[in-house]
Design a protein around this ligand. Structure first.
Ligand SMILES: [Zn+2]
Ligand SMILES: [Zn+2]
Length: 175
């Protein structure tokens, strides 16, 4: 999915509402995405300003790093990109860190520049991935002695487990 600059010049506004199958899109990596990646994006050209606003959303099926239970995590990440169009048809990207020359792809046969949306969406999806896999922030994890899931209550080993050493280890392994 790429947006041609000449197409945008012609239409001024392009709205996209797409569902993308993650398998081919993320190049075979198993990121735990279940179902499609939904993309809503509005591109507009005003003068030499290009705005791309929208969001990607998807659902992750993960296993908690502490209690090992499977859980579902809905993820949504906003897209707010700004570009400046130059006279030669090239594009400069602007972000919170200032401006950066963005190298838009040039189609060899048509000579037209285009915004490589697939690459931008892929980056957005990967940035939205959680660093840690926790079913909830205060997941109590498993009892190191008997293996019971402590989220369901104390295990009856006769001890409280205020700091489970394995939960810290699991956190490290999942970062
Ligand atoms: Zn958990
Ligand atoms: Zn126990």
């Amino acid at each position: 999915m790429n947006i041609s600059i000449s197409d945008l010049k012609l239409k001024k506004n392009i709205k996209l509402s797409e569902k993308i199958a993650p398998a081919g899109f993320l190049q075979g990596e198993d990121n735990g995405i279940t179902g499609d990646i939904a993309v809503e994006l509005a591109l507009s050209l005003s003068g030499d300003d290009i705005r791309a606003d929208g969001k990607v959303s998807f659902t992750l099926g993960l296993e908690c790093g502490r209690c090992l239970e499977p859980y579902i995590l809905p993820v949504s990440e906003e897209i707010n990109l700004r570009y400046k169009l130059s006279a030669d048809g090239s594009v400069t990207e602007f972000d919170e860190f200032g401006s950066d020359t963005f190298n838009p792809e040039k189609n060899r046969s048509t000579g037209d520049f285009y915004i490589p949306l697939d690459a931008l969406l892929r980056e957005t999806v990967l940035l939205a991935m959680p660093m840690k896999h926790l079913c909830r922030l205060d997941c109590a994890g498993l009892c190191p002695a008997c293996g019971k899931n402590l989220n369901a209550g104390s295990c009856g080993c006769g001890k409280d487990h205020p700091s489970n050493p394995f939960s810290k280890l699991n956190d490290l392994l999942n970062t």
